[in-house]
Design a protein around this ligand. Sequence first.
Ligand SMILES: NC(=O)c1ccc[n+]([C@@H]2O[C@H](COP(=O)([O-])OP(=O)(O)OC[C@H]3O[C@@H](n4cnc5c(N)ncnc54)[C@H](O)[C@@H]3O)[C@@H](O)[C@H]2O)c1
Length: 357
Amino acid sequence: MKVGIIGCGNIFQHYLKNANKFSHIQILACASVDAAEAKAKASEFGLRAMSVDEIIEDREIGLIINLTPPQFHAEVSMRVLNAGKHVYSEKPIAISLEEAKQILDLAAKKNLRVGCAPDTILGDSHQACRKIIDSGLIGQVISGTAFMMTRGPESWHPNPFFFYQHGGGPMLDIGPYYISALVNFLGPVRSVFAHVNNSIPERVAGAEPHVGKKIPIEVPTSYSGVVEFQNNSTINCNINWETLKHSHPPIELYGPQGSVIMPDPNQFGGQVKVFQSDGKDWEDHVVAERYPFSCRLVGVADMVYAIDKGIPHACSGELAAHVLEVMLAFEASSKLKQAVSIQSTCVRPHLLPETWD
Ligand SMILES: NC(=O)c1ccc[n+]([C@@H]2O[C@H](COP(=O)([O-])OP(=O)(O)OC[C@H]3O[C@@H](n4cnc5c(N)ncnc54)[C@H](O)[C@@H]3O)[C@@H](O)[C@H]2O)c1
């Protein structure tokens, strides 16, 4: 599959550095609203620089990776689909449910595929954790916790403003890693009961070139809630940019015969730990070393493989739209002061194929 990329910013290089790991995809060209940026990235990585119109209309390219900021994901993905190409978007798939539905409807109508990050769910620690759960080692998961708590990105990020604008915030920015991982482990979500708020109404940029500038805050920066899954398990989630330090593991899952610690779901690898009813302490679980490092692009590789085999791909648009509905339900539930039922569903992503052959 010949692949093009729209959006040549921060995350671009992470996709390109893995390009030679997958022989069944070939990244040909890149484009951006900023033509100079596209030209510079193209020459750095040996690609063709194109305008956004050119890459969308190019006849050789069959799939486009959408690496624009979240506010543009829907607009760009719709254009790609309308031009008859498959699209794989960075997370979140869109910033509203209406947009996500439009993308999926258009793809279905045109018989095209939609893929979406995060593809960390295909990383080693995720796959190991999923296999532990599927094997029944700890029994049916009953409950668990998910914690993503930091003070926020404005102390170090050179352009922190968009993180606090509509479509940003800790839930839409980092939540996809956590919620996608949980759906991978436990299946789709039935309901969300949550409280969101904003305890730090004023934030100041800490890195050049904006040091000292005030950051307008349009989104909640703290989300706490209970996520109930269709398999009856419940997970307590705290996702915020209001915490200086904490000591909770990113994800813990509890079953009748044991517990599992999942490392940071924003990474591909990391140490999975298991406690079993006959054990004395947590034990390191042996994790296969296939994609232990940052391997963004593996989701695209899986999607292209699945298109060829005529099977579903793991990082699907349906999964991403379901995850988006769950994330947005935190704020909706908080406003209503009651649990919100999740209308969408999805199939659990498949395990990483043993080989791409
Ligand atoms: N930076 C990270 O560490 C990181 C990590 C994981 C995921 N992501 C996700 O990747 C996406 C991009 O993030 P980033 O950090 O690379 O952003 P960025 O702002 O650095 O880059 C965005 C790129 O998109 C281009 N662009 C903006 N609007 C466009 C439009 N309408 N049409 C075409 N091109 C357009 C910009 O010129 C730029 O090249 C986001 O969805 C983000 O959530 C980023």
